[in-house]
Design a binder for this molecule. Structure first.
Ligand code: NCD
Length: 310
């Protein structure tokens, strides 16, 4: 594997190697000295054209814990605002010797194009409304850690599927790993192509909740909405929000997830978000470990993943 662009291109074995490597690396994160020498001398560039908190910091922490040199590039304040194209930016990074480029871009397909221009590995950190494979990997990892398995798990992915790269990547990966996904959304927030996705679809959250082992709430992506997709925030919450009453319909071992950032009070109530059965904060921590595994496996660290501390 040279690049990680789509969750759909991962075989079951590829995905399990990533999750198992992350599991090994998690042991390092428990040590007081978290750094490994594995990617010493390698350069990882974080190329972020869209805003991000978790994902960007997480890739930076992951690369640094493996001792790689990290260059953070954000479009704001760079020559991108002077109109420099993605291709010219990519060639600049190439000249600086990037071994891996982690890219977040507003255009679906940008990482795919980038991979044709650079020699290093390309990691998709979110492209438009298309994919976000490392989010799906960290979600699967978080589910496996909490519930002990992925095979046969019933996962409800709820909300703004239309604008969500997290939903698409999760459906593809979870299907590969043997979980059963049901997307729950108002018809206006489902993409037309959803019929071809390997999952079920429902418009009725209350019917799906009692059967679910995992409920993954998606953010309503107001910044990508140029029209009205539902009558009002209140109405959306009433039908598709996870509040205390709905939470009570879940079975006792079920968990609640959200990729962040949350609209508290809209798709999820503060009480549910902060409950012990929510994995939202854990997902962030697991994100670092899973991204360490991805970078390690793509860059083929010359030393074993766990060798000692730097
Ligand atoms: C998601 C994203 O950017 O796609 N967030 C994330 O990476 N943690 C989801 C979102 O923005 O709602």
């Amino acid at each position: 594997m040279r690049h990680l662009i789509s969750a759909g291109e991962l075989s079951r074995d590829d995905a399990l190697v990533i999750l198992d490597t992350a599991e090994e690396l998690a042991r390092v994160s428990d040590r007081s000295i978290k750094k490994l020498p594995t990617l010493r001398g390698r350069t990882v560039v974080n190329l972020f054209y869209e805003d991000s908190t978790r994902t960007r910091i997480s890739f930076e922490a992951a690369a640094k814990r493996l001792s790689a040199d990290v260059i953070n590039f954000s479009a704001k304040g760079s020559s991108v605002s002077k109109g420099e194209s993605l291709k010219d930016t990519a060639l600049t990074l190439e000249a600086m010797g990037a071994d891996a480029v982690v890219i977040r871009h507003g255009a679906s397909g940008a990482p795919h194009r980038l991979a044709t221009w650079v020699h290093g590995s390309v990691v998709n950190a979110g492209d438009g409304t298309h994919e976000h494979p490392t989010q799906a990997l960290l979600d699967a990892y978080s589910m496996r850690r909490r519930l002990g398995r992925l095979e046969g798990l019933k996962v409800a992915v709820v909300g703004d599927v239309l604008h969500s790269r997290v939903a698409r990547s999760n459906v593809l990966l979870l299907h590969t790993l043997g979980a059963e996904v049901t997307l729950v959304a108002p018809p206006t927030l489902l993409p037309v192509s959803v019929e071809t996705w390997p999952c079920q679809v429902s418009y009725d959250l209350d019917a799906v909740l009692p059967k679910s082992d995992v409920v993954m709430m998606l953010r309503v992506q107001l910044e990508r909405m140029n029209a009205s997709y539902f009558p009002s925030a209140r109405e959306y919450s009433r039908r598709y929000g996870l509040d205390r009453d709905r939470f009570a319909r879940l079975h006792d071992d079920a968990i609640v997830m959200h990729p962040g950032p949350m609209n508290r009070g809209m798709e999820i109530s503060a009480e549910v978000a902060d409950s012990p059965r929510s994995t939202i904060v854990e997902q962030v921590g697991n994100g670092v470990t899973v991204r360490m595994a991805v970078l390690y496996l793509l860059l083929g660290g010359s030393e074993p993943a766990i060798g000692g501390t730097a």
